[in-house]
Design a protein around this ligand. Structure first.
Ligand code: FAD
Length: 144
């Protein structure tokens, strides 16, 4: 039996989609206590598995990161950071269509798409060539 439970920055959470997810964001500190209490009391629905995410404004740019990028992952760019317009970086398991993380920079449309892509039971699979094309909706590049 588990005798010690923890949430927030100090805790690692097991996600079916992302593996071990570290704390480090206020969203986990805010929402996870209710999940922990429900688990202790054996009430309520099974724990949610929200995608890890971070948002921030840096140097006037709106950043949002969904998922967990892996150090060895391939990175695809959607849009050109040199343009000054919005762009998005996508991480993929090496040589595969399995997307592990999405970082949007001034791309509010991609924020909604990324949130939905990481709402499924498994990591999303995307057509990498299509995903590089800003003219395509990010969600429309998902492989079924
Ligand atoms: C500089 C900075 C910027 C950040 N910016 C963002 C951001 O923009 N967006 C975002 O979502 N998150 C941000 N975070 C992360 C966010 O602050 C944390 O994820 C969140 O505060 C974690 O909450 P927590 O309750 O797990 O831990 P904490 O907020 O660290 O709370 C732990 C508490 O335990 C207390 N404590 C420690 N040891 C003991 C002890 N032995 N006995 C009693 N009390 C003890 C500490 O004093 C503290 O009050 C930022 C963090 C930092 C440091």
């Amino acid at each position: 039996p588990r005798h010690v439970r923890a949430v927030g920055d100090v805790a690692l959470r097991r996600s079916a989609r992302h593996g071990w997810v570290p704390g480090g964001h206020w969203d986990g500190a805010l929402r996870a206590p209710a999940t922990l209490a429900a688990d202790l009391l054996r009430v309520g629905a099974p724990p949610e598995d929200p995608a890890p995410y971070v948002f921030s404004t840096q140097l006037g740019h709106e950043l949002a990161l969904f998922g967990l990028p892996g150090g060895e992952d391939d990175v695809e760019l959607r849009g050109d950071p040199a343009d000054g317009d919005g762009w998005t970086a996508l991480w993929f398991r090496p040589g595969t269509s399995t997307c592990t993380a999405v970082l949007t920079v001034d791309r509010p449309r991609d924020v909604g798409a990324a949130r939905r892509l990481f709402a499924g039971a498994a990591l999303p699979r995307l057509d990498r060539a299509l995903a590089r094309d800003l003219a395509r909706g990010l969600r429309d590049t998902a492989l079924v």
